[in-house]
Design a protein around this ligand. Structure first.
Ligand code: HEM
Length: 204
């Protein structure tokens, strides 16, 4: 198992897997296969994939502990960056088609609609994580501070779940499922802090 996890080909395979939802969207755009409301389709697909990648990223630490697979750490940065990639697309589908790239209108909407406010807070909190995801940044700001900063991912995931919960109103099963995923991985990660703490590397 270890040989598989440390192989560079596994990393390439995981990278390509993570690109499948994006490829599917591009293919649907080319084929004009986005349903009756293309903007809504894109917003929902990119929102769903953002939340999934946040939960995948959060699952790495508990899974490392549960199955005693420390090399799983090699995939955490990639998964986190894919969460950021999908939320950036999600944000663009809002800023472009919804707000016509009018930043003043966007700010008004962020202030007015609570579900947009929390979504925006989640997006903004992911920016420093994406920017400081390299080993160079761990050295620059120090492992401890880097780890504290990267706890923002829990804030982003919780805000993402609330954003989804406030949006759906009626059928709240899916947001609750993601919420449960975030809560379980947070608890498991805390329990595994003694295992994870010496390794702050995001490299692989
Ligand atoms: C980490 C951040 C975010 C996550 C996890 C997230 C997640 C989601 C999810 C899961 C949905 C619903 C998908 C579905 O119904 O299948 C959604 C919809 C939506 N999100 Fe986000 N989102 C985030 C940030 C944002 C931001 C920054 C904005 C805009 C400023 C935004 C605007 C919207 C809009 C406009 C919709 C569709 C609303 C509708 O159908 O009326 N989201 N988001």
């Amino acid at each position: 198992m270890r040989a598989l996890l440390v192989s560079k080909w596994t990393k390439v395979a995981v990278f390509l897997l993570c690109l499948i939802p994006f490829g599917d969207l591009v293919w649907r755009i080319i084929k004009s296969d986005l349903g009756a409301n293309p903007v809504e389709f894109l917003q929902h697909a990119t929102g769903d994939w953002t939340l999934r990648f946040l939960v995948f990223t959060l699952c790495i630490t508990p899974l490392r502990r549960l199955f005693n697979l420390p090399d799983l750490i090699r995939f955490r940065r990639m998964l986190g960056l894919f969460a950021f990639f999908y939320v950036s697309l999600h944000f663009l589908t809002y800023l472009g088609p919804d707000q016509a790239f009018d930043l003043a209108a966007m700010w008004k909407d962020v202030a007015k609609r609570p579900f947009i406010t929390v979504g925006f807070a989640a997006f903004v909190s992911l920016i420093p994580l994406a920017l400081t995801s390299t080993a160079g940044w761990i050295r620059r700001i120090g492992g401890k501070r880097w780890q504290m900063l990267h706890r923002l991912i829990y804030f982003a995931a919780v805000c993402g779940v609330i954003h989804y919960y406030w949006l759906v109103k009626s059928d709240v099963r899916k947001p609750l499922f993601y919420g449960l995923g975030t809560w379980v991985s947070k608890r498991r990660s805390q329990a595994s802090v003694s295992v994870a703490a010496p390794r702050v590397s995001v490299n692989g």
